[in-house]
Design a protein around this ligand. Structure first.
Ligand code: TXA
Ligand code: MG
Length: 332
């Protein structure tokens, strides 16, 4: 820790590796969001993650590995469709939920028989994983239920001295968490993809060339335990849809997808356009930072409420709308 009580932000991989080897917590950049990492095979280190985030133990963690081979060492089975997806999309924003080996601690899987695994596509995260003799458990590096961090500063604001070091890999390129996918058998005996969470890998890319049906995981039996409605919560009330006619422009935050949207709010002072270029990938990259910036205004007393426009429901839009809905649900 630095003399200010805030964790240092830097690019010292050897220092990060040394801390992790001693069971400490390091925030790491990934292409999706920043993760709060610890040695996945050390229950005491993993327990520190839960404490730092105030995360309930029923919510399992994603384990990050350097390669497909490293993932295989942690699972008892890799169905052919999962192997195909891993070969195609790793490193990348895809998490696969697979039957775990006993070496994976109960704390990581919340006691369940499956472990969530991914190979992150960030050079710094990969370099770190390649140096370490163990995989890294890493949830998003934010207090439980809050907005995920996409910069080192976001991590510092949210976790402060609860993290020992923050590796600076710049702003995250994707900006949304990974897409989480399991494999299950359908009634006819065919493999079927089970989608636990939409994220940085779009449906269209996921199923391209994969001749496999898919369905959403259903609550309560097979939903991702941490996929709660009130997640990603800003502290300022967030509503979906345009502000009412009598809203006070000076005290109302507005978040739209493109510049032409909600023209009545075009000159409002607290308006954020997520994607001036009209690309969903740009909106994904900007989403959490924009939400945080507006929320900071709300917390400083400058705003009463934020109105956000849903984005088109295709490609990354599914994941963006999912995050917006969850963020809004915490204020119903
Ligand atoms: O992009 C990401 O996935 C980021 C980066 C750091 O890799 N990580 C991330 O972790 O978003 P977290 O903990 O914030 O969200 C992981 C989600 C949780 O909703 C958790 O319930 C679910 O993954 N999950 C973890 N293990 C699971 C399992 N075995 N079965 C089903 N869901 C699982
Ligand atoms: Mg999270």
């Amino acid at each position: 820790m630095s003399p200010t009580g805030l964790p240092p932000i830097g690019t010292d991989l050897a220092h990060a590796a040394a801390l992790l080897s001693r069971g400490r917590l390091v925030a790491i950049p990934t292409e999706t969001v920043y993760g709060l990492a610890a040695n996945a095979l050390d229950p005491a280190a993993v327990a520190r993650i839960f404490a730092a985030k105030d995360r309930p133990f029923f919510d399992p963690l994603i384990v990050h590995v350097a390669s497909l081979a490293a993932a295989q060492a942690l699972v008892t089975e890799l169905p052919p469709v999962a192997l195909q997806l891993a070969q195609r999309h790793w490193p990348g924003p895809l998490t696969l939920v697979l039957p775990r080996r006993a070496v994976v601690p109960d704390l990581v899987t919340a006691g369940g028989p499956f472990v969530a695994l991914r190979v992150p596509a960030h050079p710094m995260a990969l370099a770190l994983l390649q140096q370490l003799p163990f995989p890294l458990a890493a949830p998003s590096a934010n207090p439980f239920g809050r907005t995920s961090p996409t910069t080192p500063q976001h991590v510092r604001e949210g976790l402060g001295a609860r993290v020992d070091y923050i590796l600076d890999g710049g702003p995250c390129a994707v900006g949304l968490e990974s897409t989480i996918v399991g494999v299950t058998r359908s009634a006819t005996g065919a493999d079927e993809l089970l989608i636990y969470r939409w994220g940085g890998l779009e449906l269209e890319t996921l199923i391209k060339d994969t001749p496999c049906a898919w369905r959403m995981a259903e609550r309560p039996q097979d939903a991702a335990p941490g996929n709660l409605p009130g997640h990603y919560a800003p502290r300022t009330p967030l509503r979906l849809g345009p502000p009412p006619a009598d809203a006070d422009p000076a005290r109302t935050g507005v978040m739209v997808f493109t510049a032409g949207e909600w023209p009545a709010t075009a000159s409002w002072p607290h308006r954020r356009v997520l994607a001036p270029d009209g690309q969903l990938s740009t909106a994904a990259q900007q989403l959490f930072a924009a939400l945080r910036a507006l929320d900071a205004l709300g917390q400083s007393g400058a705003l009463d409420v934020i109105y956000a426009a849903p984005v088109p429901e295709h490609g990354l839009g599914r994941a963006i709308n999912d995050r917006l809905q969850r963020a809004a649900a915490s204020h119903r």
